[in-house]
Design a protein around this ligand. Structure first.
Ligand SMILES: [Fe+2]
Length: 148
């Protein structure tokens, strides 16, 4: 695989994971039940707003690199290494699932970052660095909520 193909594949994987994280946080915001409802409902809202705000920016940066965004969402989601769950009702399990998903995405940011560094794409490296910082903040908040 040449550099362009490797970059494209990593961008799609990372972008696809962002889509899954956006949908998961939105869904847990809606379907949440339990004693921590109010705080977790707000937390998941902050999370999906963050992903929503950044996904358009991410897509436009991919376009600036002259790659297209797959128009078939089912095909796009096949690039994701974060899996959707069948059904989670327990609030702690929702938090654990998001925590695990954030960890998968953190590794994905890291491998994309290395490719961007090799290609000397400073602007995109800055964007991914900010996504990594946001990821760590959500990760810390969830760990604190779960007391782990
Ligand atoms: Fe809402």
């Amino acid at each position: 695989m040449n550099n362009k193909t490797i970059l494209k594949k990593e961008l799609y994987k990372c972008f696809s994971n962002e889509m899954v994280l956006l949908h998961k946080s939105l869904n847990y915001h809606w379907n949440l039940k339990g004693s921590n409802f109010l705080s977790l409902h707000e937390f998941f809202k902050k999370m999906y707003e963050n992903f929503l705000e950044n996904i358009d920016n991410f897509a436009e940066k991919i376009r600036q690199m002259n790659f297209f965004i797959p128009q078939n969402t089912i095909k796009l989601l096949k690039f994701s290494d974060i899996k959707f769950v069948q059904k989670i009702e327990n609030q702690n399990k929702m938090c654990l699932d998001i925590l695990h998903s954030l960890e998968i995405q953190y590794k994905r940011y890291y491998s994309l970052f290395n490719i961007l560094e090799y290609m000397n794409n400073q602007e995109m490296m800055d964007f991914i660095t900010q996504r990594m910082a946001d990821n760590r903040k959500f990760h810390w908040m969830l760990r604190s909520t779960l007391n782990i």
